[in-house]
Design a protein around this ligand. Structure first.
Ligand SMILES: Cc1cc2nc3c(=O)[nH]c(=O)nc-3n(C[C@H](O)[C@H](O)[C@H](O)COP(=O)(O)OP(=O)(O)OC[C@H]3O[C@@H](n4cnc5c(N)ncnc54)[C@H](O)[C@@H]3O)c2cc1C
Length: 399
C-alpha cells in the first residue's frame, strides 16, 4: 500500500508541476494577458516600479519573490469551485490507490524505534491516540513542527537535527482579512486580478520600520497589502452564491505582537486581543475603501485572521504563511545540501515548501524532490518524458 501511496504522491506532484509549467506553453490560460500588462495604474513612478520588482514583498525574500513573479508572468490558474476542490478531487484518487485521508487527526509524535528508525506516527483521534505503522514516514508539517514538536526529545537532540535547525529561521507571519459583499462582480466592478499595494517607495525600509513597530503603532505602519477577489476568479461562483462577492486581503504581521494570547482558545481570546486585531482591520479597511469606494455600503461581513489564527488552522508554528524564512541565506549551498528530504532519522522524510522554497511552486518542487528521494529515482527525468509524451499525443490529436 505504501509503495502505491508513494507512487501516487509522486504522480500528484508531477500533475501539479505539470499544471504549473503547463501555463508556460501559453495555451488557454485566461489570465496571461493581464499578468503581462505592466502595473502602471498602481505603481506610477518608473523608479519605484523597478524597486518593487527588485525587492519583492519583504526584506530578504528576493528568491521567493522571483519564483512567485515567475509563475505569475505567464498568468495564474484558479480552480473552478475554489481551492477546496483540490482536496475534494485528490482524496478519491488517494483512496482508490489504497490510501486513507484522516481529518481532525493531528499527529502527536513520530514513532522511532530503539535503533533510531522511524516506523509510523501516533495520531490523536478524539480522546484516544492511535498508532499508525508505516515503512516510510513523510512529513509535510514543516521542518520546525517535524523536528521540534513531532520527533521525540531524544532524537530531536541529535547533532545533525540541531545543525539543520540552526540553518533555518521562522518565516514571516501573516494577517488576513476576508470581506463578504452584497453584489455580483459586475455590480461591484470587481475583477479576476491580484493587486499588490505598497504604501511606501522604499520597501526594505518600510518593512524594517514596520517590524520594529510597537504593538500600539504597528497597524498604522502596515507597508503592503495583497488584494485578491476569489469570487471574480471562479467561473462557478455566481451559480453557488448569486449576488455575493468576496475579497481576500493579506499582509505581513509579527508573531510576537500576538504571542501573549497563544495559549487562549480560538475565538475566545478576549476583548484585548479583539481590540488589537481591530486596529489592523481598521487600518487595512481605510486603504481598501480608498481603492474600492464602491463597496462601502455593501459590506456584509468582515473576518480577520492573525498569526495565531494561522497556528490554529494551518498548523504553522508561529503564524508563518510561507514556511521557513525564504532569505538568501537559506539558498546557500551548505544549507540546500543539508536541509533535504532525507533526514538523519532513517525512514523519515521531509516534503513541501521547507525542503525547497515557500509558495505553491516551492511546495510542489519539494514534493518532487522528496518523492525522488524515497523512490531513489530522479522524477524530473520522468517528468520530462511525460511532457514529451503528452506533447506528442496532443500533436497526434490535433492532426
Ligand atoms: C493566506 C495565505 C495566502 C497564500 N497565498 C499564496 C499565493 O498566492 N501563492 C503562493 O505560491 N503561495 C501562497 N501561500 C503559501 C502557500 O499556501 C504555501 O507555500 C503552501 O501551501 C505550502 O505547502 P506545504 O504542503 O509545504 O505546506 P502546507 O500547505 O502548510 O501544509 C502543511 C500541512 O501540515 C499540517 N500539519 C501540521 N502539523 C500537523 C500535525 N501535527 N499533524 C497533522 N498535520 C499537521 C497542516 O495542517 C497543513 O495542512 C499562501 C499562504 C497563506 C496562509
Amino acid at each position: 500500500m505504501w509503495a502505491q501511496l508513494l507512487l501516487l504522491g509522486a504522480a500528484l506532484a508531477l500533475a501539479g508541476l505539470w499544471a504549473c509549467l503547463g501555463s508556460r506553453r501559453g495555451s488557454r490560460n485566461p489570465f496571461v494577458a493581464d499578468a503581462r500588462r505592466p502595473p502602471a495604474p498602481l505603481v506610477t513612478e518608473r523608479d519605484t516600479r523597478k524597486r518593487v520588482l527588485k525587492q519583492g514583498r519583504a526584506p530578504g525574500s528576493f528568491p521567493l519573490h522571483a519564483v512567485l513573479v515567475d509563475h505569475f508572468l505567464e498568468g495564474g490558474w484558479y480552480p473552478q469551485g475554489g481551492a477546496s476542490e483540490i482536496a475534494f478531487h485528490s482524496i478519491p484518487i488517494i483512496e482508490r490507490a489504497g490510501g486513507a485521508v484522516l481529518t481532525k487527526a493531528p499527529v502527536q509524535n513520530i514513532l522511532v524505534n530503539s535503533q533510531g528508525k522511524a516506523y509510523g506516527v501516533s495520531v490523536k483521534k478524539g480522546q484516544d491516540t492511535v498508532n499508525i505503522y508505516a515503512p516510510v514516514v513523510i512529513s509535510d508539517a514543516g521542518i520546525f513542527n517535524t523536528y521540534e514538536r513531532l520527533l521525540p526529545a531524544k532524537w530531536q537532540a541529535l547533532t545533525e537535527i540541531q545543525n539543520q535547525l540552526s540553518m533555518v529561521h521562522h518565516g514571516i507571519a501573516g494577517f488576513s482579512l476576508f470581506i463578504g459583499l452584497k453584489g455580483s462582480k459586475e455590480e461591484l466592478g470587481l475583477e479576476a486580478k491580484n493587486y499588490f499595494i505598497y504604501r511606501h517607495n522604499d520597501l526594505d525600509e518600510a518593512y524594517i520600520s514596520y517590524f520594529n513597530s510597537s504593538r500600539e503603532t504597528a497597524a498604522k505602519n502596515i507597508p503592503s497589502l495583497y488584494i485578491g477577489c476569489p469570487s471574480a476568479k471562479d467561473p462557478l461562483w455566481e451559480k453557488r452564491y448569486p449576488g455575493k462577492s468576496v475579497l481576500t486581503i493579506l499582509t505581513a504581521a509579527k508573531y510576537e505582537w500576538f504571542e501573549e494570547w497563544k495559549e487562549e482558545k480560538v475565538t475566545k481570546r478576549g476583548k484585548e486581543y479583539e481590540s488589537f486585531k481591530s486596529s489592523f482591520v481598521e487600518s487595512i479597511m481605510e486603504s481598501i475603501l480608498k481603492f474600492y469606494p464602491q463597496i462601502e455600503d455593501k459590506i456584509e461581513l468582515i473576518s480577520a485572521g492573525t498569526p495565531l489564527t494561522n497556528c490554529h488552522y494551518i498548523g504553522s508554528p508561529r503564524g508563518e504563511i510561507y514556511g521557513a524564512e525564504n532569505s538568501i541565506s537559506r539558498l546557500q549551498v551548505e544549507v540546500t545540501a543539508t536541509v533535504r528530504p532525507q533526514t538523519p532519522i532513517p525512514n523519515l522524510y521531509l516534503t513541501g515548501q521547507d525542503v525547497f522554497l515557500g509558495g505553491f511552486p516551492g511546495a510542489l518542487h519539494g514534493a518532487l524532490v522528496c518523492a525522488s528521494a524515497v523512490l531513489q529515482r530522479n522524477l524530473y527525468v520522468d517528468f520530462m518524458w511525460l511532457e514529451r509524451k503528452l506533447k506528442a499525443n496532443s500533436l497526434k490529436k490535433n492532426n
